[in-house]
Design a protein. Sequence first.
Length: 275
Amino acid sequence: MALDSHGVLAAVTIAMYVPFLLISIKIVSKYGIARGDGWILLLVFCIIRVLGGALLVAAEEVTPVNTSLYIGGYALEASGLSPLLLCTLGLFQTPDGFPRYQRIFRLLQLLGTIALILVIVGISDETGSDPSSSGNTMRRAGVILFAVLYIILVGICIHLWTKARFVLRYRKQLLKAISIANPFLAVRTLYSILSTFSSSSFSITSTSTTQANTGDLAKFNISTGEWQIYLVMDMLMEYAIVIIYSVAALVLPLNEDYNPPNSYQDEYPLNNPQY
C-alpha cells in the first residue's frame, strides 16, 4: 500500500532521527546519566520520534486497518513536546546545584510530567471504548501546561543572561545554544496548541485518520490538517532544536568548566558542570 503524505513524513522522521538517536547515545555516554539531565531527555525524545514514525508507517502498511497503530503513533507525536521542553530545562540544571534552584527545577519537571500525563490520558480516554468529553479537556489542559512551561523556560533563560558575567565560559556557550533554540521551540509549542484546539475529539475512524473537522483551526490538525504546516511548524522546528543541542553537546568541552565550588557557582545553576 502506498503511503499518503503523512505516512511519507513519518518515514522521513525515522530517517531523520535514527542518526541522532545514535548521536544522543554518544552524548549520554560522554556526560553520563544524571537525574534531570537534559542529555538523557534528548535521547528519550529521539527514541519517541523513531517509534512514533515506525507506528504510523506500519499503520498505513497493515491491512486490515489497525487503529491501535494510529492511536499509538499520534499519541507519541503529541507527547513528544514534553521531553523536548524538559530537555531544555535539564540543560539549565546540574545535579549538585544550589538546593533552592534544585527544588524549583523539580517542580518544573513535575509540571512537564503532569502535562504529559494529561495529554496521554486524554488521548486514551477519547480513543477508548467509551469516549467522553473529559478526554478532550485533559488534552487541552496538558498543552496549556506545555505553554506555561515554555514561558517559564524563557524567563529562566533571560534571568541567566542578566547574570552572564557569573556563568563559566562553556556554560555561557551552552546558554547561547539554548537561546538560539528558543524561537524554534516557541513555534513547536504553538503548533501543539493549535493542533489540540483544532478538533473537539481525537477519535479514529475506519478510514484510519482522526475525524475530519471544518473549524478555523482545521488546517493545524496533526493528522487531517495540511501536511505542509505540520512539516514546517512541527518536524522542522523539532529537528532544528535537536541539531542545535547535539552540536553544542559534541563541540563544547563542558567538562573543562569544572572549578572548585565558590559562592557564585553555587548560586547560579549553569556555573557547575553537568555529568
